[in-house]
Design a binder for this molecule. Structure first.
Ligand code: C5P
Ligand code: MG
Length: 213
């Protein structure tokens, strides 16, 4: 087993759908590489829905905290903290279900947990050394979501608009927006350059300390 002898620096990156949290996380990963940074995407912990008929799956509320398998996510983060590799589930948005594959994630000095509810669970928040909320205006988030869901997630204009009004928008106000209060830093306008620079400077200093110790 690939064991590490120190507690990793865990960063939570939360924010509404289309806010740019995946981009922030990928920029941190790109700055230091996969030996130093592992990213865990909360989207991959959407509950398995194999038991539901395919036509019912699109109707579920995917913006409620209960849509996620929290126990598996917490178990996996604890394993990474203990220096153990995990097999992360892989989610397929076109099927509204987990795919048959898993994604290997190895322990690393820096672990990024990215997702709508990254700053929702108190136990997960307690494990984080840096909590970030990406606070992008809702009109920009909606435009991004519309473009992405049509090009990458196999959706129609009607389905994106219907889902946004029915669940995405109200759940954001009820459950996601309030987690901003759990953040150490709030970054506006998505993955903006100066904010990403500040985060990578912090991560570089943490990695530098680990190398010296
Ligand atoms: O990347 P992003 O944070 O936007 O991904 C989360 C979004 O994915 C949620 O707002 C949820 O509505 C959407 N989703 C979906 N269909 C699923 C699972 C999640 O549209 N089957
Ligand atoms: Mg994303």
């Amino acid at each position: 087993m690939n064991k590490i002898s120190f507690q990793p620096f865990i960063i939570g990156v939360a924010g509404g759908s289309g806010s740019g949290k995946s981009t922030v996380s990928q920029k941190v990963l790109a700055a230091f590489g996969a030996d130093m940074v592992s990213v865990v995407m909360q989207d991959d912990y959407y509950r398995d829905q194999t038991h539901l008929p395919p036509e019912v799956r699109p109707e579920q509320n995917y913006d409620h905290p209960q849509a996620f398998e929290w126990s598996l996510l917490v178990q996996h983060i604890q394993a990474l903290r203990n220096g153990e590799a995990i097999e992360m589930p892989e989610y397929d948005f076109t099927l509204h279900n987990r795919s048959s594959r898993t994604i290997p994630v190895k322990p690393a000095p820096v672990i990024v947990i990215e997702g709508l509810f990254a700053l929702y669970d108190p136990d997960l928040c307690d494990m984080m050394s840096l909590k970030i909320f990406v606070d992008t205006a809702s009109d920009i988030r909606f435009i991004r979501r519309m473009q992405r869901d049509i090009t990458e997630r196999g959706r129609s204009v009607e389905s994106v608009v219907g889902q946004y009004l029915e669940t995405v928008r109200p759940m954001h106000k009820q459950f996601i927006e309030p987690t901003k209060r759990n953040a150490d830093i709030i970054i506006p306008h998505g993955a903006n350059g100066p904010a990403v620079d500040m985060i990578t400077t912090k991560v570089a200093s943490v990695i530098g300390q680990l190398k010296r110790s």
